[in-house]
Design a protein around this ligand. Structure first.
Ligand code: URA
Length: 446
């Protein structure tokens, strides 16, 4: 749906009350003929002042108002995050929530085309009849609407039926039960043209801010890029997967800065793995880290959470780091050879590692770590550029384009092989000594 123009709104007699109320004062807000609204009883009038009900919907909302609404998946903000947000300053809280949501926490099942489609079709079902949808976007773990209830339809009723219907259908599609949406929705009455424009822009730009698209109209789960089949008026438009962008050439990737590189990886289509990913798993940690740990590829948990090594192997890696007084994110960066999950958690194919190589190479070039630790054979072979066994490579300071490189076992392998855990411990001690030696050397030459 394209954004409704002011003229079109007026023609359809859909001039919102705030425009009617402010007509004359707010020059240029609308050219529509203005019908003075009947005065509302004092109790309803309060809602017209745009009181933001601490995120909870009162049953009764002012008819004729336009609302900015957000509702989110049940697992998008865990209780720990909500508790933390509760302690933060109220004026920064909603911004923090948005940042948190855009980081893609939880399972993010609205990424799945069939689930997004359930929500979009439900939104479109009563569009025009029960409400005007000025703008909307279905993000991986939340939904934003700029919505104007019509006639006797209260916002709370609209949201209640939308959320309960989509929850039932999505749970059915996912073969599961339980809370799908968080109970509360956030809504705010929009009080003027400037605020309306800001909200619309916010909604349209959300996929771009979250690195899901390069431009609003590239994101098909939002009004800016939605394609409703051939019939523009259809209410059952087919959701088209976000458009594939042409893959960047390695020499183009080699020029990118951090934000560009992250965006390029998030939208990369250079190998077949992109088709099945929930998201590309770029890397985590300090972008100026001294230590870089390189694994092979994201597994199921990493694919969902968007962070490397968050499953069982990740717990072991964190313990391995702690054993040499390192911590994820503090002077440490963790990345993988391949950024998208290979199906069934198989090893990445050599062709997939080759297709993804420019991303890791550029990460290392931008980061300039003092030491790289390759975790397992896939990472070792990729960084060394030759095949060899882990046993033959351990205990040496090797080289990746001038940066010292040490090889050890992959944590997932160590989960199964207790005997090699002791060897991995030796490797970590060796890495630590090497690092100290490098640091001393560097300070001696200053
Ligand atoms: N194994 C890896 O190599 N990388 C991950 O991110 C997770 C498991």
């Amino acid at each position: 749906m394209k954004h409704l123009s002011q003229e079109w709104l007026a023609e359809l007699n859909l001039v919102p009350l705030w425009r009617q109320r402010t007509a004359g004062k707010d020059a240029g807000a609308t050219t529509a003929p203005v019908v003075a609204p009947a005065p509302l009883p004092a109790t309803q009038n309060n809602h017209l002042q745009g009181v933001h009900n601490r995120g909870y919907l009162p049953h009764l909302k002012a008819e004729g108002g336009i609302y900015f609404v957000t509702f989110r998946l049940a697992d998008s903000l865990p209780q720990s995050a909500l508790d933390e947000l509760e302690r933060s300053a109220p004026e920064t809280r909603s911004k923090q929530i948005e940042t948190y949501l855009d980081a893609g926490h939880g399972e993010c099942c609205l990424r799945k085309p069939e689930i997004a489609q359930i929500v979009i079709q439900a939104l479109k079902q009563f569009e025009g009849e029960r409400y005007v949808l000025h703008d909307w976007v279905v993000m991986p773990n939340h939904v934003h609407l700029v919505i104007e209830p019509r006639g006797a339809h209260a916002l709370s009723d609209i949201l209640h039926s939308l959320k309960s219907y989509t929850a039932t259908e999505a749970n059915r599609s996912l073969s599961r039960h339980g809370a799908f949406w968080q109970h509360e929705s956030y809504d705010r009455l929009i009080r003027g043209q400037a605020e309306f424009d800001r909200c619309v822009q916010y909604v349209r730009e959300n996929p771009v801010r979250a690195n899901l698209a390069v431009a609003p109209d590239q994101y098909t789960y939002g009004s800016a890029g939605f394609v409703a089949g051939k019939d523009a008026g259809a209410t059952t438009g087919e959701v088209v997967a976000p458009a594939s962008l042409p893959a960047l050439a390695p020499d183009e990737i080699a020029q990118l800065d951090w934000p560009q590189l992250k965006h390029a990886a998030a939208t990369c289509t250079a190998c077949a793995l992109h088709a099945q990913r929930t998201q590309a798993v770029f890397g985590v940690g300090d972008e100026q880290a001294d230590w870089l740990f390189v694994g092979e590829a994201p597994g199921a948990e990493e694919d969902l959470q968007g962070e490397p090594f968050v499953g069982q192997a990740g717990k072991l890696l964190d313990n391995m780091l702690a054993s040499i007084e390192l911590k994820r994110g503090e002077k440490v960066y963790i990345a993988n050879v391949v950024k998208c999950r290979p199906p069934g958690n198989r090893n990445p194919e050599p062709a997939e590692a080759r297709a993804c190589a420019p991303y890791l190479d550029r990460q290392i070039e931008l980061m300039r770590p003092k030491l790289i630790v390759a975790l397992g054979k896939v990472a070792a072979v990729r960084l060394l550029g030759r095949d060899a066994s882990i046993a033959s490579l351990r205990g040496q300071v090797l080289d990746y384009r001038g940066t010292p490189l040490i090889i050890t076992y992959h944590p997932a392998y160590l989960l199964r092989s207790l005997t090699d855990k002791a060897r991995a411990w030796e490797d970590l001690c060796f890495a630590r000594e090497t690092f100290q030696g490098l640091t001393k050397q560097a300070s001696a030459t200053i």
